[in-house]
Write a protein that binds this ligand. Structure first.
Ligand SMILES: N[C@@H](CCC(=O)N[C@@H](CS)C(=O)NCC(=O)O)C(=O)O
Length: 260
């Protein structure tokens, strides 16, 4: 259903982690729709405080915060799927083409969000946070001020421990998630069979934005906001390199260069 257009007091603020692939998905959708918004890069310590302060129901990013003139209150949209859907409604207002959203593309987006996104992240962090956490901290600190950086440095062991527990990271989990990612990527290859340009039909949909954003951390396409700062841990890097000429990887690189 089309939402009524609300007058906003100021630019919407998108609260993100630079490294997060779900945040990248929301950014891409907002950019495509021509929404004029501000990005607020957060570190893992700041994000929970910010989410609480703006009244979000959980601390998960991305969160889009808007101040409307009418009800004098802050409105938030949390989660990449809902932000994408809101952004797509803004596209026509902004004279942009917008994504083609259908039952089929919604189903694919949901599967990508719930399975591929979760396991790309668990695979990546199971190796990086257990074996080389020092490669992750600079990405979380990027864009933060001196105070936040210092707080992050002091609390880093606690942040790592919390992330290990909350995402259920470990060596066995690394293998399990890698296998699930491999299975999901086989499925993506099957959807792209015949050198298809889009996952559903003949136009860009939410399924394409979801798939490309959620696998992007493995291949760091140039237009990805964190492409020059995220470092893949060695075992993940070897596998990603082996996958570089697979159909989904070629598709990703083309989609990023043409549509991002
Ligand atoms: N399905 C959600 C997933 C969001 C999510 O898991 N966000 C992670 C970053 S990748 C997060 O903010 N984790 C920290 C937390 O939940 O406090 C979406 O599509 O936005």
């Amino acid at each position: 259903m089309q939402e009524p257009i609300q007058k906003l007091k100021q630019k919407p603020i998108l609260h993100v982690f630079l490294i997060s692939h779900y945040c990248e998905k929301a950014r891409w959708a907002l950019d495509l729709a021509g929404v004029d918004y501000q990005v607020n890069l957060l570190s893992p310590l700041e994000h929970a405080k910010t989410a609480k302060a703006i009244g979000a129901s959980s601390s998960a990013l991305p969160i889009l915060q808007m101040q409307s003139v009418e009800n004098d209150g802050s409105r938030i949209i949390q989660g990449s799927a809902d932000i994408l859907s809101w952004a797509n409604q803004q596209a026509s207002i902004n004279g942009k083409h917008g994504l083609t959203i259908s039952e089929e593309s919604n189903e694919i987006e949901k599967r990508l969000d719930d399975v591929l996104g979760v396991h790309v992240r668990r695979w990546f962090y199971s190796e990086s946070l257990l074996d080389c956490p020092q490669t992750v901290r600079p990405v979380f600190a990027e864009g933060s001020g001196f105070v936040s950086r210092t707080m992050l440095r002091l609390a880093w062991p606690k942040v790592v421990a919390t992330m290990i527990k909350r995402m259920d990271l470990g060596r066995q989990q690394e293998t399990q998630s890698k296998d699930i990612v491999a299975e999901q990527l086989n499925w993506l290859d099957s959807l792209l069979a015949g050198d298809r340009q889009f996952l559903v039909g003949d136009s860009l949909s939410n399924a394409d934005i979801a798939a490309a954003s959620l696998i992007a951390p493995l291949f760091s396409p140039a237009k990805h906001p964190a492409s020059n700062i995220v470092m893949l841990p060695p075992r993940v890097a070897i596998t990603a390199e082996q996958w570089e000429s697979r159909p989904f990887a070629n598709w990703l690189s083309k989609l990023y260069s043409e549509k991002r």
